[in-house]
Design a protein. Structure first.
Length: 435
């Protein structure tokens, strides 16, 4: 994490202070459950809560202890005993470090999921607003980067909305899958701790119990979570790449907002560069780069090892913080995107109506020509336009094979751009509903 690409609320989830506070709550809730079972004195559990609830855990002190004991959970428990006093001996009864570490990670990822889902809601709102604004703003669709047939800029945004709506559902599912609690002791057999303790802690933390945790929560859950973040990041990049292409000088159909006083280049004062969407492309690569380590964490040795630990200490904060920032930045880009309908129309008209070639092909087949003959007739005239020799409709009318099959009026009817937009309402109803 670096401040340049971080937002405070997400960063706070991964701070040492937050982590140690969750560690305490897990230990304290477990103590309460143990007291209900009569395993530890009830007043001891109450003292743990009373002395620890408002305590300020000293990160430097915990780090100092860890340098000596070489174990982070033991260092925390030692510091906790300095705060709690003699009753601290009843803390961590029958538990193992992974009970604390894995359950804490679940809490952190669940909280991170809440923020990411909220980010997604903001992005969806921006996409919907701009989609309806440009529902009927005609523009050329491109395949392979080459002019194809007309669409609308609103349909482009509706497609992005539908994609991100799927991603939101994926995030919700991934968050649910990761939000499990394991308080099952060494090797996960509950030999030294009653399963009801796990159930109580899970309920208090808003988690589900892990059905079988060995000594760790199975890492397929984490792999799914981070893989979902990777998919979301890829969608962010797809939208960002579209904006970058549309902002190219020779296209300039849309561009990032350029604020007063903003500078695009240290050398060339005229530059207006797509810096935000280029940045999003890079951030997406980072998030995706954390997916493979998460997948490789699934294959742990036997009931546990710690090969996953170093990975998760890094990708947990980095992936969620980076994606949080990226989603917020993309929302800002969409909210403030400059759209140029005149340029869209001018670009569409540059090829003299070639975007109606399929209509002509179909009209000729319906007039009696074979598909092969129709394709050949349309293509030979289209290639003349491609070479800059003139207008498509004019060439078609002068072609004997075409004019024998279709009148000039029938040919002209094939050049109505509104034809391509007749089902825009259907698309919008499918994406947004009939409201």
């Amino acid at each position: 994490m670096i401040p340049r690409y971080s937002r405070p609320e997400m960063v706070a989830i991964w701070s040492p202070e937050t982590k140690f506070r969750i560690w305490f709550e897990i230990e304290a809730h477990a103590a309460t459950a143990q007291a209900k079972l009569g395993i530890i004195p009830k007043d001891a559990a109450e003292i743990v809560w009373n002395k620890g609830r408002d305590a300020q855990f000293n990160v430097e002190r915990i780090d100092e202890i860890e340098r000596e004991v070489k174990h982070d959970v033991i260092a925390f428990l030692t510091h906790l005993s300095e705060i709690i006093g003699p009753e601290a001996r009843f803390v961590h009864q029958g538990m193992t470090s992974s009970d604390v570490l894995d359950t804490t990670l679940s809490v952190q990822l669940k909280r991170a999921g809440d923020l990411l889902i909220a980010d997604m809601d903001a992005l969806l709102a921006a996409l919907k607003k701009r989609a309806f604004e440009h529902k009927n703003t005609i523009t050329i669709g491109r395949s392979h980067g080459i002019h194809a047939e007309p669409t609308t800029f609103g349909v482009k945004l509706a497609q992005a909305y539908a994609e991100m709506e799927r991603n939101r559902a994926r995030l919700v599912a991934a968050q649910s899958e990761i939000a499990t609690c394991a308080i099952s002791g060494a090797i996960g057999t509950f030999a030294n701790i009653d399963p009801s303790v796990e159930e109580y802690v899970a309920e208090q933390l808003g988690l589900e119990i892990e059905p079988v945790s060995t000594q760790v929560i199975p890492r397929d859950r984490h792999a799914m979570f981070f893989a979902t973040l990777g998919v979301v990041a890829s969608s962010v990049e797809r939208i960002a790449t579209e904006v970058r292409h549309l902002q190219r000088t020779e296209v300039l159909e849309a561009e990032e907002f350029f604020s007063k006083g903003q500078k695009g280049s240290s050398a060339m004062p005229h530059k207006r560069n797509p810096i935000l969407t280029e940045n999003l492309t890079g951030l997406a690569r980072l998030v995706r780069g954390m997916v493979t380590p998460a997948l490789e964490n699934v294959a742990l040795w036997h009931e546990r090892d710690i090969s996953h630990s170093s990975v998760e200490r890094m990708i947990g904060p980095d992936a969620t913080v980076t994606l949080d920032f990226a989603l917020a930045r993309l929302t800002n880009v969409i909210d403030n995107l400059l759209v140029y309908p005149e340029n869209m129309k001018a670009n569409m008209d540059k090829l003299g109506g070639l975007h109606n070639s399929q209509r002509m092909l179909l009209a000729l087949t319906q007039a009696g020509l074979s598909r092969e003959a129709s394709y050949s007739a349309v293509q030979r005239n289209a290639m003349r336009v491609w070479r800059g020799e003139g207008d498509f409709a004019t060439f078609l009318k002068a072609d004997p094979e075409v004019s024998e099959a279709l009148s000039d009026a029938q040919i002209d009817a094939m050049f109505d751009d509104g034809y391509h937009l007749k089902h825009v309402d259907t698309i919008f109803n499918r994406v947004f509903g009939s409201n």
